[in-house]
Design a protein around this ligand. Structure first.
Ligand code: UP5
Ligand code: MG
Length: 190
């Protein structure tokens, strides 16, 4: 535990709203390290860890993996990166994730980037993605949408009440969205 100031931006939005796509652009322009909680969990399944089967089942059902598992993976990735600026993509997904992250790491996000997109458009994107993700089928997609509305939107509302949400219209083309994103990150360029 050093005194080094760590900058964390939470990147939130529904399934298929474009979090991963925009994070890749932000990394290139602003020197952040991208930590997708979903990618870390999928890597954990592949690594054959003892939690792998549990994680796989939760993802298949669109359910939220217990905080302690996800937070450990995030903390490890932060340490290994050697960086001090992070995009935490797809986390926190519920109130418990949020409170646990704050108390375990003592980190408050600088702000929350919220990609706002209609379910119709997100569904179209996910069904066209074709990356072999176990959860990109219509049954699981519907479950993911429900969990987002019930559990994840309240987290965004919480940060909104603290004036920390930067809401972005994510229904536009990728490059137009990134123009807006750039303006938000300009103060954080190195
Ligand atoms: N695309 C992107 N932007 C576009 C645009 N503007 N116009 C047209 N097309 C666009 O994009 C999705 C697809 O759309 C891509 O094909 C892209 O080219 C295109 P992407 O950038 O991948 O969207 P993203 O928001 O990242 O979608 P993703 O499916 O990754 O979001 P989820 O939040 O559903 O997935 P995640 O990986 O974060 O989580 C998966 C599961 O892991 C969860 O359901 C949960 O079970 C578990 N999980 C936890 O339990 N805890 C966590 O903390 C995190 C995950
Ligand atoms: Mg993603």
């Amino acid at each position: 535990p050093g005194d080094k100031k760590i900058t964390v931006v939470f990147v939130l939005g529904g399934p298929g709203s474009g979090k991963g796509t925009q994070c890749a652009n932000i990394v290139q322009h602003f020197g952040f390290t991208h930590l997708s909680a979903g990618d870390l969990l999928r890597a954990e399944i592949k690594s054959g860890s003892e939690n792998g089967t549990m994680i796989q089942n939760m993802i298949k059902e669109g359910k939220i993996v217990p905080s302690e598992v996800t937070i450990k993976l995030l903390q490890r990735a932060m340490l290994e990166s050697g960086n001090d600026k992070f995009l935490v993509d797809g986390f926190p997904r519920n109130e418990e994730n949020r409170a646990a992250f704050e108390s375990v790491t003592n980190i408050e996000p600088e702000f929350v980037l919220f990609f706002d997109c209609s379910e119709e458009e997100m569904e179209r994107r996910l069904l066209n993605r074709n990356q072999g993700r176990d959860d990109d089928n219509i049954d699981t997609i519907r479950k993911r949408f429900n969990v987002f509305l019930e559990s994840s939107l309240p987290v965004i509302e919480y940060y909104n009440s603290k004036g920390k949400v930067r809401k972005i219209d994510a229904a536009k083309p990728i490059d137009e969205i990134f123009e807006v994103v750039k303006g938000i990150f300009a103060p954080y360029s190195t």
